[in-house]
Write a new protein. Structure first.
Length: 182
């Protein structure tokens, strides 16, 4: 009888783990309520907002993100886009815009490490932006963050993925799906 119960417990655990593992995420297009941008997100994303310190001062930051459930054995830990409005005058010229992007990406790096991670210039949906990849050898995850300022709004697009999984297609699809609509 005891062996039978052990077999049932082990079988239940295997079934639970196999049903929780997501090999393919289901995606859907998210369009901002004001029609300003769109991006493909995994289903069951969450929207929230918080008042936080930004490079523009204390402001409301809007979050759209997806995390796997606690029991999921997924290769991704986070897909996220955040945005905050830029006060008028902050993005009036390219020098100021570049300085804001540099300050913003530097502050974002501090969310992950105090080490100076190299950032690079990137194109995000046709807009000048900054990006960095944080791949700490002691951690099991890789973080990729891209930022741009478009139409007086600072966008931050981020992914945290587990190391040693094939993720290039999903990473490319997520980042490339971002579009500024107006």
């Amino acid at each position: 009888m005891r062996q039978f119960l052990n077999l049932i417990v082990i079988g239940s655990i295997v079934c639970m783990l196999s049903s929780c593992a997501q090999s393919d995420l289901k995606w859907q297009k998210y369009t901002a309520g004001d029609g300003s941008f769109s991006i493909s997100m995994p289903e069951n994303y969450i929207k929230t907002e918080k008042r936080e310190n930004t490079v523009f001062g204390r402001q409301v930051v809007h979050y759209i993100f997806w995390k796997p459930s606690v029991f999921a054995l997924d290769k991704f830990k986070l897909f996220q886009i955040t945005y905050t409005d830029c006060p008028r005058g902050f993005t009036s010229d390219t020098l100021t815009l570049g300085a804001l992007l540099d300050r913003s990406i530097t502050e974002r790096k501090k969310d992950f490490t105090e080490i100076d991670v190299e950032s690079q210039n990137v194109d995000v949906s046709g807009y000048r932006g900054r990006a960095f990849i944080y791949d700490a050898p002691s951690d099991n995850v890789i973080t990729i963050v891209k930022q741009c300022i478009a139409n007086n709004r600072l966008y931050d697009i981020s992914i945290i993925a587990k190391r040693n999984y094939p993720t290039n297609i999903e990473l490319g699809n997520f980042f490339n799906s971002f579009q500024v609509l107006r």
